[in-house]
Ligand binder design. Sequence first.
Ligand code: TA6
Length: 314
Amino acid sequence: MSTERVAVELAKGVNGLEKIILRETRGSSAEVYLYGGHVTSWKNEHGEELLFVSSKALFKPPKAIRGGIPLCFPQFSNLGPLEPHGFARNKFWSIDTDPPAFPTNSSSKAHIDLILKPSEEDVKIWPHSYEFRLRVALGPGGDLMLTSRIRNTNSDGKPFTFTFAYHTYFSVSDISEVRVEGLETHDYLDNLQNRERFTEQGDAITFEGEVDKIYLSTPTKIAILDHEKKRTFVLRKDGLPDAVVWNPWDKKAKAMADFGDDEYKHMLCVEAAAIEKPITLKPGEEWRGRQELSAVPSSYCSGQLDPQRVLQGS
Ligand code: TA6
């Protein structure tokens, strides 16, 4: 493989922060920052960026990077005493040079293993010892897989409990033209109405204002249809029963310093998550949460865009 298509490369990113570039033989690529264990880029074989990162994103600790795939751990949002979305997204991770055997063998060389363990300072904030292993991999077809393995390594016999999300920012052409399929008829907690519980109407979700909902016990596959780009994102998840859908719309966009006023038109967060039923691990126990993202070119006439076919397909 010639130098420009090295499968795994350590490089300097914004503000000199270290990042890993993954390249797949057919042309797709991804970038992961050690800061936050944060995926900030996923491109298809044509070099088109599939994730949204704000033009105003700060690549400056302790602020989390606005966009890509922030990791929410050990607390989703303000569901607990810690800072919003926990601390994993604003910690420096390391490359895991000796990861335990991986459950599934991937033919692709384009993968990296990262690890986060608490420092003495961290334990003062969250009094637990853990190992958080993250594998980021690009599949032969350009699919992006993230697998988290969280182990309780407390030596004091104490269990710990956490909530979790892959806070994925998808890049879309025009939010008012996007539909989300797979969540219809499911219950959700509305973050804009004191997390009151409602049931989603029977049709695809479309967007004409701020949305901030936690869908509960959803199917393992969700489709995000971008008509203008003739593209369908398929999110497959395992060990992550819930899904958050978020778009800040105009007012919240203006209120966020690290987000452009009009950028809400070009992003949508659909987040594979474990929120409703927090996960408790006893010492020695390990939890696994996996998400796989694919981007399929689609158009109604090809029938590929028929979400039911996408959702019912393999
Ligand atoms: O996942 C949706 C959400 O919890 C929203 O309520 C909004 O706060 C968003 O995350 C972004 O959170 P952040 O802490 O990154 O500004």
